[in-house]
Design a protein around this ligand. Structure first.
Ligand SMILES: C[S@@+](CC[C@H](N)C(=O)[O-])C[C@H]1O[C@@H](n2cnc3c(N)ncnc32)[C@H](O)[C@@H]1O
Length: 225
């Protein structure tokens, strides 16, 4: 049995290993990086749902190297990327399109209250330890967003057929030995978000994703504050 490591360590190792942005951030199928057009298509759907405008302050939680947010349109003038993996942030700083990059974690955002107009958190929630962590993270998103802001939590995997919220996965495609660890994937019942919305008196909408293939069995959540 392989020794489990944290997702943070795993992404740090991944950032160090791959040259290709898409491989760094797990955008691949069986070790073959996706076409950038696929990312653009997903980002188009997210941009539309987030009602992006140039003049808004965007926070990308779990931004990795920033490949996703640079494909959002229109690209907001003020973008802050934040990630738990220092190595991802370090690599992000090498690219000129990146503006402010911060090392931190979703459940303890290192920002003042009411600092952003939009928040995107794409393909990150399944790396959280448990639902409590997810709830704390949403609380933080709501703390740092301005009134009338929008939050999009994207690429959330549905609970599996056995309704287990945690599944363990060991990569079975080609990848270097040091990335072959057993890691937990947290999955979600959309009710988790609906109940959160009711409890906190905010609107949570469950959305279909604007893409095909890799995100089969996943959904997006739009939160209106
Ligand atoms: C699959 S990548 C997605 C990157 C980017 N959002 C995108 O769609 O291209 C997941 C990212 O989430 C980060 N991450 C995982 N857990 C996190 C947490 N608790 N807080 C902040 N970032 C986290 C990882 O370090 C990694 O860079």
């Amino acid at each position: 049995m392989l020794k489990p490591i944290s997702w943070k360590d795993w992404f740090n190792r991944r950032a160090d290993h791959y040259d290709n942005h898409l491989m760094k951030m797990s955008y691949h199928r069986d070790g073959v990086p996706y076409e950038i057009n696929k990312i653009k298509r997903i980002a188009d759907g997210v941009s539309k749902n987030l009602k992006l405008i140039n003049n808004c302050k965007l926070l990308d939680v779990g931004s990795g190297t920033g490949v996703f947010y640079q494909n959002l349109r229109p690209l907001p003038n003020s973008i802050t990327g934040m990630d738990i993996s220092f190595n991802m942030i370090r690599d992000a700083c090498k690219f000129k399109y990146n503006k402010t990059m911060v090392n931190g974690e979703a459940s303890m955002l290192p920002f003042k209250s009411n600092s952003f107009d939009r928040i995107v958190c794409y393909s990150v929630f399944h790396y959280f330890d448990n639902l409590k962590y997810a709830e704390n993270s949403i609380n933080e998103f709501i703390r740092v967003i301005n009134t009338n802001g929008l939050i999009l939590i994207g690429d959330v995997p549905f609970d599996d057929v056995n309704n287990k919220s945690i599944t363990t996965r060991i990569p079975n495609y080609y990848c270097p030995e040091f990335l072959k660890h057993s890691l937990n994937i947290l999955t979600y019942n959309p009710d988790f978000f609906i109940k959160y919305g009711k409890k906190n008196k905010i609107k949570c909408h469950i959305l279909e994703q604007n893409c095909n293939q890799h995100t089969l069995g996943r959904f997006d959540v739009l939160i209106e504050v």
